[in-house]
Design a protein around this ligand. Structure first.
Ligand code: 3SL
Length: 239
């Protein structure tokens, strides 16, 4: 039997039940924009982020006096302090703060994966640092793409493909699932120009219609940070 570890890709949160329980580390990916915003928040000094799935739960934290961000369909939900733009986390006011965040798909995927022994946050922004850390752990890894409302998306799959390819190239990891092979090929065909490749992708269109082009460009920039957010006792903190 091979002693190599597995690195696989779950293309949507809806398929997670078929992978559940088999992996030591789950990497949750939501390139546009939740996990990119989370990496940025830690890069700029936030202390912790509590990811919550529902607006009701987010409201209950707000009533307790927490700083709470909420996004649905790409927009800040009325009555909340901020949304899901990485730029909103570059401000002084977030330094050292504990915040709560609820987004359409990203925070939901984090909570779906929270049964795993280790959950970390991946984005193109931290993909090299994260891949190197995963190689050092030498454990079975699942990349969980947040997608859009349980549907497949290109950008998360491309990011998962980078991770798969990097880990497999070490010779210490292997992939068996077709989803992982597909992710790797998508990454290889997209990598020269991710922005162009995603030109007509559904979420890029959605965000562009909301005038969020700068967010898209930022989120598609690889390796702006070395931070690896990790879930500990229901809170994301910096590893
Ligand atoms: O789905 C999510 O969690 C968000 O990243 C979506 S958006 O980019 O804020 O529209």
């Amino acid at each position: 039997m091979s002693s190599r570890k597995r690195v696989e890709v779950c293309l949507t949160p809806g398929e997670y039940e078929y992978y559940k329980g088999e992996y030591d580390i789950v990497v949750v990916i939501d390139v546009l924009r939740a996990t990119s915003a989370i990496c940025t928040a830690f890069d700029y000094g936030i202390r912790s982020i509590i990811p919550v799935s529902s607006i009701e739960k987010a409201k209950s934290y707000k009533e307790k006096g927490f700083l709470v961000g909420a996004e649905r369909k790409g927009q800040i939900v009325e009555g909340f302090d901020f949304g899901n733009s990485p730029y909103s986390y570059m401000k002084e006011e977030f330094k050292g703060k504990d915040v709560v965040l609820s987004t359409t798909n990203g925070t939901r995927a984090i909570n779906i994966a929270s049964d795993a022994p280790t959950v970390v946050i991946g984005a193109l922004l931290n993909v090299d640092a994260l891949s190197q850390w995963l190689i050092e752990q030498d454990k079975n890894v699942l990349c969980l793409c947040s997608g859009w409302q349980d549907k497949f998306n290109l950008e998360d799959t491309i990011c998962a493909g980078v991770i798969c390819d990097t880990l497999i190239r070490t010779g210490k990891f292997t992939s068996e699932e077709d989803s992982s092979i597909a992710a790797k090929y998508l990454y290889l065909s997209a990598w020269d120009n991710p922005l162009g490749y995603l030109k007509s992708s559904s979420h890029r269109r959605r965000l562009k219609n909301l005038n969020l082009n700068e967010d898209i460009k930022y989120c598609l920039t690889p390796n702006k940070t070395d931070v690896i957010p990790i879930l500990k006792d229901g809170k994301l903190v910096k590893l």
